[in-house]
Design a binder for this molecule. Structure first.
Ligand code: UT7
Length: 325
């Protein structure tokens, strides 16, 4: 019996031109390249230019993904954009992307799950495609976290960066087997008891200000590995796979120590782990599609490969997606 799967047609990304190195940060706040590299693995991050918005990054990433897929923007009937740094409180940044791409049919909306946003957006689009509601989706993670950082707080300002990544997926009939191309299983979780551990201290309803990112880093770290590994074990169980079967592990890029510890606990070989946190920092919802783009462009991820995605972030939210490229 055939099933509908959301199959990847292409991916793309965009990074703002300005690069901010650890050394430059060390001249502004009491930190050092050595501390940042040792504790996080981050060496540099990209920062959006004045007047460059989340939608601009997203449109560039979407165009790159459409070109990679070899399809016209008019073939897209769903845009799900994951972001915590929208251009405006409303309308959704997704509609700015929709109009920027010249699309005026189908649906476009934003989704907010902070650093887990891309995993949540991909799972959401996959469910719409499998239900037959839409045929082809652009799933985008785009952020300008530089705009919500407290640049005097060394505990957070060294961690984040700006960027965008996008994936084009299409509903296709597949045999209904593990060898199918497309998304095989997805698992999403949230636990609002942790909402004060990583948050922005402002918003339209509470302060009428945008606010700044606040984080109890050690607390987030403490929970991260357990949550990440739990939801990956769920993906393994649901699909009947093991760490051995995985070709590429593309985790949310928050901290190299969290990624290394998660891969180690799951027995995923280090050479299968895609790491971009050194070049991009933590770009929240954009980090997975940015990392994906790097690994596709450099020839690592190929058609037929089994790819495991995971993310964990504010809320807390966390989730995994297992897909065959
Ligand atoms: O993507 C969403 C999810 N977010 C995350 O996954 C982030 C999770 N957390 C982390 O990645 C880590 O907790 C951090 C990288 C944020 C911090 O690393 P840590 O090893 O947990 O350090 P810490 O917070 O325990 O701080 C150790 C010391 C402190 O000094 P004292 O109290 O020991 O004297 C901090 O004040 O390091 C100090 N510190 C810094 N020193 C130099 C904190 N930030 C800096 C800094 N430069 N930028």
């Amino acid at each position: 019996m055939t099933v509908i799967r959301s199959v990847v047609l292409g991916c793309g990304s965009y990074l703002p031109r300005q690069v901010l190195t650890n050394a430059e940060l060390a001249s502004r706040v009491d930190t050092s390249d050595e501390w940042i590299v040792q504790r996080t693995g981050i060496r540099q991050r990209h920062i959006a230019a004045e007047g460059e918005f989340t939608s601009h990054l997203a449109i560039n990433a979407a165009r790159a993904a459409l070109a990679d897929a070899g399809i016209d923007a008019q073939a897209i009937d769903l845009i799900v954009l994951a972001t915590s740094t929208p251009d405006n409180t409303f309308p959704a940044t997704a509609v700015a992307v929709q109009s920027g791409l010249g699309i005026n049919h189908g649906a476009a909306f934003d989704l907010q799950a902070v650093c887990s946003g891309f995993v949540f957006a991909l799972a959401t689009a996959d469910n719409f495609l499998r239900a037959g509601a839409f045929k082809r989706a652009l799933v985008i993670g785009a952020e300008t976290f530089s705009r919500i950082l407290d640049w005097n707080d060394r505990g957070t300002c060294v961690l984040f960066g700006d960027g965008a990544g996008a994936l084009v997926i299409e509903a296709q009939e597949q045999p209904g087997e593990l060898s199918d191309r497309g998304i095989l299983t997805s698992h999403l979780r949230s636990d609002g008891r942790h909402k004060a551990k990583l948050y922005v201290d402002g918003g339209p309803s509470s302060t009428q200000q945008v606010g700044h990112l606040r984080m109890e880093g050690r607390e987030v770290f403490k929970h991260a590995v357990g949550m990440i590994t739990d939801v990956i074990v769920d993906a393994f169980k649901a699909s009947g796979t093991t760490a051995e079967d995985i070709d590429w592990f593309i985790p949310h890029q928050a901290n190299k120590r969290i990624i290394d510890a998660s891969a180690h606990k799951l027995h995923i070989a280090p050479q299968k782990v895609v790491l971009t946190v050194d070049m991009h920092g933590n770009t929240s919802a954009a980090s997975i599609p940015l990392a994906m783009s790097v690994a596709v462009k450099d020839g690592r991820v190929k058609k037929g490969d089994l790819v495991l995605l995971e993310a964990m972030g504010g809320g807390f939210t966390w989730g995994s997606v297992l897909l065959r490229w």
